[in-house]
Design a protein around this ligand. Structure first.
Ligand code: FES
Ligand SMILES: [Fe+2]
Length: 370
């Protein structure tokens, strides 16, 4: 192990631009409605056109800054509530400035409301947040995203899907390291059907580097939780393999496979402002599809977990208000250290315009008790 001493670490709350982020659950955006959202301190207005295709514009009119979300939307154009400028919803291109007289040759089509690439998958509207444009650059067309928005992994034609969302009163860094922290389980997530403090035992897990992140390698999940025992029985599978990936900027992807059955989830922790984030979990599965209450049951279980994490982070934020010194210890906090190193490596590569240097050089085995 590289360093045995506790590491003093204060998470910086730098937010990573140039990635896709979940803006809001699909069902919150209705046709003809303008909905406010915020990502990385960028105010957005989100809506759907007549074909139900979503769009995202900066929630500030390029004329005098009025939030466009106070305006009107006819299914094609967004009209600002202050002076009636009209913008094409997807490109943000200005279509009309009502105050212009017919002999005033002002080029309306050269004006853009800021617009962002927008995709809809797996019950969410995703928005690509590019690097902020240099100051004074003015509004132009949206930059094309380098990759499509992330998807929840699926392994069969038919499956069920459900989502959960919760606000967290902390920086995205605390949200993320709270998500990957293995040592809080027995203290925060106690339940008779899951595990108790008495069941704490030593664990050993293998990790390996993957692009922009790391993977907890496939293994047979710990035997101290009832749901896994049940699953093994039900699927009639000799083994259950689980992989948990963390990938920058904010994604945890878990897949569990047992024979022809599978369960997967894509969890994201999204920076809203520098001291506020949101956790969104989308799960998909073909296990228990025959059960009438399958999705509700699963949602209930997940909701309980997320609520426990949320309550914990609400309490933690009281302590963090006063900027205490923090430490990350081996091995339980090693994933958190990797997260900070990955983030640093990403920012450094971007600054210098070079390829990102992965902080991990190869597979690593970590040990902890939980
Ligand atoms: S502020 Fe929007 S039209 Fe003037
Ligand atoms: Fe948790």
């Amino acid at each position: 192990m590289a360093d045995e001493s506790p590491q003093q670490q204060t998470p910086d709350s730098l937010m990573l631009f140039g990635f896709w982020y979940r803006a809001l659950p699909s069902e919150r955006a209705g046709r003809g409605k303008l909905v406010k959202a915020m990502l990385l301190e960028v105010p957005l207005v989100i809506g759907r056109d007549k074909q139900r295709r979503p769009f995202a514009l900066r929630d500030a009119c390029p004329h005098r800054g009025m939030p466009l979300s106070f305006g009107w939307f006819d299914g094609e154009q967004v009209e600002c509530s202050y002076h009636g400028w009209r913008f094409e919803a997807h490109t943000g291109q200005c279509q009309l400035i009502p105050s212009l007289t017919s002999d005033q040759k002002f080029r309306v089509d050269r004006i853009y409301a800021g617009s962002f690439p927008c995709e809809e998958h797996d019950d969410y509207i995703w928005v690509y947040i590019p690097e902020p444009a240099p100051a004074g650059a003015g509004f132009t067309k949206a930059a094309a995203p380098p990759v499509p928005a992330p998807r929840v992994p699926t392994f069969s034609q038919k499956y069920k899907i459900a989502y959960l969302t919760a606000d967290l009163p902390c920086s995205v860094d605390h949200g993320i390291i709270g998500l990957m922290d293995p040592a809080h389980g027995p203290f925060v997530h106690q339940a008779w059907w899951w595990r108790s403090r008495q069941s704490i035992h030593e664990k050993q897990k293998n990790f390996e580097p993957i692009p922009y992140g790391f993977r907890m390698s496939a293994h047979t999940p710990s035997s101290n939780s009832a749901p896994y025992k049940l699953l093994r029985l039900y699927a009639d599978a000799d083994s259950i393999t689980t992989t948990i990936d963390f990938v920058l900027p904010n994604m945890r992807v878990e897949t569990i496979r047992a024979g022809k059955y599978w369960f997967s989830s894509l969890t994201t922790v999204t920076p809203i402002t520098r001291d506020h984030c949101r956790i969104d979990v989308v799960a998909a599965w073909n296990i228990f599809r025959w059960m009438p209450f399958g999705p509700q049951l699963l949602k209930f279980v997940f909701a309980k977990f997320v609520r426990q994490d949320q309550e914990t982070m609400e309490k933690q934020s009281e302590g963090l208000k006063h900027n205490p010194h923090l430490m990350l210890i081996d091995d339980a906090d090693r994933p958190a250290k990797w997260y900070f190193q990955l983030k640093q490596a990403y920012l450094e590569a971007r600054r210098n315009g070079v390829e990102m240097q992965h902080p991990m050089t190869g597979p690593v085995t970590l040990k902890w008790r939980s």
